[in-house]
Design a protein around this ligand. Structure first.
Ligand code: FPP
Length: 244
């Protein structure tokens, strides 16, 4: 992306930014390194991006760390990714907590290692009262599955007489998603030049501005984030209305 001087200071930042962190493998390959090295540098980029979002005043950040399809990767790579997540949840949670971050994980708990589920539960309860940045990490997450599960849960509430069919509107539906209580993303970024949603936040991204950057995730910096926010501010968000 071309360098532009960020001018966003005069405009409010997006409330919720979601990121598909892509390109770790290519970053490593370009340097003759194993893929795990790309994921390690990707975890560094997670740390700096959390800091950047806090300093910019973004209230919600959702990161796609492990999709429900990522289990298809070689077992060693799955282990490496789970190891990085384990490290993040155990070693960095105190620092995140001190800086006012509220951490939540979205995705299916079932299928994760029991110690990771425990770390997630502990991190969520430790940081649950924080009012700074809400950091949502998507782990074992798939948007279609999330929507199907919401349908199942709504159908069973209707069958039990707890919900009437007329009460099923977009708000009631959103309340049955993993992201219940969190506003939809205003801005969705994907790094590495790929232009797909890859089953990420399919319901929630309905009106998100999509920005695709060529930068590989380990190289994603605060400056790049500011340029993306500039691009976001240049968009005319109409939500189906006319430009007036
Ligand atoms: C996509 O790159 C990236 C992932 C599937 C994993 C993202 C994980 C991290 C950034 C590190 C751990 C996260 C946390 C929250 C500590 P890719 O491997 O598909 O890259 P490629 O397309 O170049 O092969």
């Amino acid at each position: 992306m071309e360098a532009v001087s960020p001018t966003f200071e005069d405009l409010p930042p997006p409330v919720h930014v979601a990121i598909i962190m892509d390109g770790n493998g290519r970053w490593a390959k370009a340097r003759g390194l194993p893929r795990v090295a790309g994921h390690q540098r990707g975890a560094e980029a997670v740390r700096t991006t959390v800091e950047s979002c806090k300093s910019i005043g973004i209230k919600y950040l959702t990161l796609y760390a492990f999709s429900s399809e990522n289990w298809k990767r070689p077992a060693t790579e799955v282990d490496d990714l789970m190891g990085l997540l384990r490290h993040y949840l155990s070693r960095e949670i105190n620092q995140l907590n001190k800086s006012g971050v509220r951490l939540r994980c979205i995705g299916e708990r079932q299928g994760l290692a029991p110690d990771i589920i425990r770390l997630i539960d502990e991190a969520e309860s430790k940081t649950g009262g924080n009012t700074g940045l809400t950091l949502q990490i998507a782990v074992n997450y798939g948007g279609q599955n999330e929507i199907l599960n919401a349908c199942r849960s709504i159908a069973s509430e209707v069958a039990d007489g707890k919900l009437s069919i007329d009460e099923i509107d977009d708000e009631a539906f959103a309340d049955h998603l993993h992201t219940a209580g969190v506003p939809d993303p205003d801005l969705l970024i994907r790094t590495s030049g790929e232009k797909r949603l890859s089953n990420f936040l399919l319901w929630q991204a309905a009106y998100a501005e999509l920005v695709f950057v060529d930068t590989l995730w380990p190289d994603f910096t605060k400056d790049e984030l500011l340029r993306v926010i500039d691009e976001f501010h240049s968009r005319d968000r109409r939500y189906g209305n006319t430009s007036g």
